[in-house]
Design a protein. Structure first.
Length: 347
């Protein structure tokens, strides 16, 4: 079992959108703990011994990382203190790590399409359906909350619905390798950002009625022209968020729906769909367009914070999420038309 969530190799810090060198995203500096051999072993345990036996291993694994997880365990403790408003108890810290370990194990079954192993409660599906009925596909933006793989449940239950993940090119290569280790017979389509043709590929995917999902609570270093950095209040302290995914939605003129698959313990997951923004009509003027982008990002952050407070053990960013905000220069004023903006790669 891999903890913290998989991250790509270290990436040098690029030039900042505001001039000085910006701090690289803290999570990219963490050493990757997982490897393909470990994932294949977990796949063997999960599929050969069964979910009941495999889940029995989660307790010792979670306890090990609680005691020896280093920076990841400390980041978990600090996050829980923010979201709970007090120092977390040892049992609460253990529960946070155990929740993550459980969702990693369940990826094996979800990616293999074994939906009968789970109880799935789906809320807000009408928002999902309304967007698809327009015939222009659907762009989902989520976070490292619960299990995004649970989205495959929608695709499998609705025959013919195509689901893809959109992510940074280097991360896409790593994820492809991971998926091959976990579910070699059940490939998941991935659209890698970072190249000019990726935008055309994504547009064609959506125009054909496909669903594309992105996670927007991390950002990889990238070109200074690809997104704007915003410092927003999150769980009582300033944190950095990047608006690249929303610039992408504005460029493609799509609706944006927030999606999450909350782990509720045992075999229970709750899928939620919540409208975030509608970029089908572009406001007149660059200032209004920038304001619309910021408003969408603020709604996203508010939704993420509400989920963390409701279900604190479901957020799986095991690094100091707030570290870069203090060192970062101020967010620049709106200056560019999003229709001509490049989009920042995201994890």
């Amino acid at each position: 079992m891999s903890l913290p969530p998989g991250t790509p190799p270290n990436v040098p810090s690029p030039a900042s959108p505001t001039g000085p060198s910006a701090p690289a995203a803290a999570w990219t500096d963490q050493r990757e703990r997982s490897n393909v051999a470990t994932l294949r072993l977990m796949r063997w345990i999960a599929t050969t011994l069964g979910r009941r036996v495999a889940r029995g291993l989660l307790g010792p694994i979670a306890l090990y990382f609680l005691l020896f997880g280093g920076a990841a365990a400390r980041a978990s403790r600090d996050y829980l203190q923010r979201v709970l408003g007090r120092p977390p108890r040892w049992l609460e810290r253990y529960r946070h790590i155990h929740h993550f370990a459980a969702t990693v194990l369940d990826r094996v079954y979800l990616l293999q399409g074994r939906l009968d192993d789970f109880d799935l409660d789906i809320q807000g599906i009408d928002h999902f359906d309304a967007a698809l009925l327009e015939g222009r596909g659907l762009l989902l933006i989520g976070a490292h909350v619960g299990s995004f793989e649970a989205l495959r449940a929608i695709g499998q239950r609705r025959r013919g619905l195509r689901v893809a993940m959109v992510m940074y090119e280097d991360n896409a290569r790593r994820i492809n390798q991971t998926l091959q280790a976990v579910a070699p017979d059940h490939p998941m389509h991935i659209i890698p950002l970072g190249r000019l043709e990726a935008m055309l590929q994504l547009r064609e995917w959506l125009d054909a009625g496909g669903v594309a999902g992105m996670l927007a609570d991390r950002s990889l270093p990238g070109s200074s022209q690809r997104s704007h950095r915003h410092t927003l209040d999150f769980l009582g302290a300033p944190a950095q968020f990047f608006d690249g995914p929303f610039r992408l939605a504005a460029l493609l003129r799509r609706r944006v729906v927030f999606m999450t698959g909350l782990y509720q313990g045992g075999r229970r997951y709750e899928l939620r769909f919540v409208p975030l923004a509608d970029f089908r009509e572009r406001p007149a003027g660059a200032a209004a367009q920038e304001a619309a982008l910021r408003e969408a990002l603020q709604r996203y952050v508010a939704q993420l914070e509400a989920l963390c407070r409701e279900s604190p053990y479901n957020w799986f960013n095991f690094f100091d999420f707030w570290a870069d905000a203090a060192a970062a220069p101020p967010t620049p004023p709106a200056a560019r038309d999003p229709a001509h903006a490049h989009v920042a790669p995201t994890s």
